[in-house]
Write a protein that binds this ligand. Structure first.
Ligand SMILES: C[S@@+](CC[C@H](N)C(=O)[O-])C[C@H]1O[C@@H](n2cnc3c(N)ncnc32)[C@H](O)[C@@H]1O
Length: 298
C-alpha cells in the first residue's frame, strides 16, 4: 500500500466484480450491482461493452488462471453465508478491510436493523465514503466507518469509540485481507473477535496456504501468480502477500484462538458449487468460517 493512497487490491477486486456483473446473469457467479458505482475511473472502460468485460475477465484468467473464480467465488460464498446469518438473526456486522464491499448497501435486510462497521485503512476508506455519498446522497445511518490499520493494534479502540457493542451477536467478514497482514496483526484481530463478541458470533475469511507463499506448493499456477503479481501489482502498490496458514491446520489454528465449528472450504468446493464448465481454480486459497467459542467463566 502506497502511503496515503487507496488500496490498489481493493480497486482491482471491485473491478473484477464489475466485469462479472456485466456478463449474462445465468453465467454470473456473484451479483454485485453496486460494483459499477464503486469501480475507479481507470477501470470504467470495462463497462463500455459486454465484449470488453469478457476480454478483461479472459485477460486476468490468462495471466493468473483461477483468479477470477477466486475473487467472484469468494464474494458469492460469503454472500450466501451472510444470507444464512441474517436469517439466524445477527445483530451487528463488522467488515474488516472493507475496501469496496457493498454488502451494507445491497442487503435490504441489514438496512435500518443491523449496525455495520466498515474497518479499513484511512486512505481507502476516505475514497469509499466519497463514493457512497455520491451514490446515495449521504452516508447511511446504519453504517459506521472505522479507520484502522490492523498492524497498529488499534482495532478494539477504533470499534469501541465507534459504538461497537460486545454483547451483540456479530458477524465479522474479512474478505481478501489476511494474506496482506503480518501474523501478529492476524492474531490480534482474531483475539479481538474471540474475546469481544456476543454469543453466537462468527467470522468468515479467506486465507492462502503457507505452501503457496514459501514456494513448496506443487502447481505451476502458484508460480504464475507470483510472476503476475510482480509484473502488474507490485509497481502500483506495496501490498504484498506475507501471511499464510499451513495446509490442513486451520481447524487447530482457529480452535487455539477461541473458535469452534470450523468449516474450511477449498477451491474444489467453489468449483463444484458455483463454477460451470472447466475452471482451473485457485486451490491455494481457502475460505473458512467459524463460531466464537463461549467464554470460560472466571
Ligand atoms: C483485496 S482488498 C479486499 C477489499 C474487500 N474486502 C473486498 O473483498 O472487496 C484488501 C483490503 O484490505 C485492506 N487492508 C490491507 N491491509 C490492511 C491493514 N493493515 N489495515 C487495514 N486494512 C488493510 C485494504 O485497504 C483493502 O481494502
Amino acid at each position: 500500500m502506497k502511503e496515503g493512497k487507496p488500496s490498489f487490491t481493493a480497486e482491482g477486486t471491485v473491478a473484477l466484480r464489475y466485469a462479472e456483473w456485466l456478463v449474462p446473469e445465468k453465467e454470473r457467479m456473484c451479483h454485485d450491482p453496486l460494483a459499477k458505482d464503486f469501480v475507479p475511473t481507470k477501470f470504467r472502460i470495462i463497462g463500455k461493452s459486454r465484449l470488453l468485460a469478457k476480454i478483461a475477465l479472459w485477460g486476468v484468467e490468462r495471466l493468473v488462471p483461477g483468479m477470477v473464480g477466486l475473487i467472484v467465488g469468494r464474494t458469492r460464498y460469503i454472500d450466501d453465508y451472510l444470507k444464512v446469518r441474517i436469517e439466524e438473526g445477527i445483530e451487528q456486522m463488522v467488515i474488516l478491510g472493507a475496501g469496496y464491499d457493498s454488502r451494507a448497501y445491497r442487503f435490504d435486510k441489514l438496512k435500518g436493523k443491523v449496525a455495520v462497521f466498515e474497518v479499513d485503512f484511512p486512505a481507502t476508506q476516505r475514497v469509499k465514503m466519497e463514493k457512497v455519498k455520491r451514490i446515495f446522497g449521504s452516508l447511511p445511518d446504519n453504517v459506521v466507518y472505522v479507520p484502522v490499520d490492523f498492524d497498529e493494534k488499534k482495532l478494539g479502540a477504533g470499534l469501541f469509540e465507534s459504538g461497537y457493542d460486545v454483547n451483540l451477536k456479530t458477524l465479522f467478514i474479512w474478505e481478501g485481507v489476511t494474506p496482506y497482514l503480518t501474523a501478529e496483526a492476524v492474531d490480534e484481530t482474531l483475539a479481538f473477535v474471540a474475546q469481544n463478541s456476543g454469543e453466537g458470533s462468527s467470522i468468515i475469511f479467506d486465507y492462502i496456504l503457507q505452501s503457496a507463499l514459501d514456494g513448496t506448493y506443487k502447481r505451476k499456477q502458484v508460480h504464475r501468480i507470483r510472476k503476475a503479481w510482480e509484473r502488474i501489482a507490485q509497481p502500483l502498490t506495496s501490498e504484498s502477500f506475507g501471511f499464510g496458514i499451513e495446509d490442513g491446520t486451520i481447524e487447530e489454528f482457529l480452535t487455539q484462538r477461541g473458535f469452534r465449528q470450523v468449516v474450511d472450504t477449498s477451491g474444489e468446493h467453489f468449483e463444484s458449487a458455483y463454477f460451470k464448465g472447466p475452471n482451473d481454480n485457485l486451490r491455494v486459497w481457502h475460505t473458512v468460517y467459524a463460531t466464537v467459542a463461549p467464554q470460560a467463566q472466571p
